[in-house]
Ligand binder design. Sequence first.
Ligand code: F2R
Ligand code: MG
Ligand code: MG
Ligand code: MG
Length: 351
Amino acid sequence: MASVEEVCRFRGALLGALVGDCIGAVFETRMTITVGSVLSFLRGLENNWKKQVLMYTDDTAMARSVVQSLLTKPPLDEKDLAERFTAEYFSDPDRGYGMGVVHVFEKLQSGKYQSVFTPAKEQFNGKGSYGNGAAMRVVGIPLAFPNVPDIIKYAKISGELTHASSLGYNGAILLALAVHYALQGVNLSRESFLEHLLSNMQEIEGDEKSRSDAESHFRLELGEFPYCNRLKKIKEFLDKGNVPRCEVVEELGHGVAAFESVPTAIYSFLRCMDPVDDLPKEMNSLQRTVIFCILLGGDTDTIATMAGAIAGAYHGEDQVPELWRKSSEGYKDAEDWGKQLWELYSSRLPS
Ligand code: F2R
Ligand code: MG
Ligand code: MG
Ligand code: MG
């Protein structure tokens, strides 16, 4: 891969995540979302972009902290990252944070905790959060580390600062790995992409904590592998071709739990490599991916940001429409940081 093409994927991942969050957030609270209403909103950006900036939400606010920490305190300094999350939240608390995670920031701010991981462990009566907050912000990790063991290690650590349940941080690991494999572009087929994810997640979900968290949440027999099961469902859906959106929501979810949104984002990316019947033919795959996620409803900003990150890593920044990019708050940082992360990633490649 030529270096220009590589930088384009790194910027694409950050910009795809950004536009997914900014556009997805517009539809988050809407009861009815139709193709017409999404397309009409996007057309309206044309007349509006200089006047109306689309604000990013907690998803991007936290992703920015991860990227800044990775760039300034390598390889990953959990105290620095915890401080950045906390400072960002208290300087700008109205970005739509999850109801539970704000207690982690309050505890971290109190200075009463020796370990930065303890507040997260106390969430939800000691069970830890399984929200998608660790996954929604993880895109910087696979852009900073070129190999799978590092990605797994650092996605987990960065996730555990707020999400102590393995159902939460395993979602972050899965998303980070999806971005990692997407960076390979067309060198990896859709089938191999899924097989790699399944093989990694079988090992990850096979550990004792993952099995006991899954068992106590789903109350099923030992051996329940929630992410692996959903990856298998994705394969089934892709083999079928056209699957009604209501069935996608029913089987994969569109909620705030990581296991009800990370697999949905992965499916949306893979499905939208091909045209979608009711979306305009002239749209590229990344545009289709973001719109497809929004049409699923539910946690639209987060599913679109996660799928946007994967699609941007795969297709590159050229698929992020100029208008979407320039309408989104903070797009210049995403462009600059994409290049800086690529340099960091490249410096870590074996010579
Ligand atoms: N939450 C939103 N959007 C709604 C905005 C409400 C806000 N107060 C406002 O209007 O400004 N969006 C953002 O939250 C999601 C990421 O959440 P995160 O960071 O994972 O937070 P949290 O609080 O840890 O988990 C979210 C919810 O999941 C449920 N939950 C998690 N673990 C649980 C457990 N062990 N037991 C029971 N429930 C659990 C709770 O309902 C949590 O509040 C993203 O969508 C982001 O965009
Ligand atoms: Mg949000
Ligand atoms: Mg949050
Ligand atoms: Mg959300």
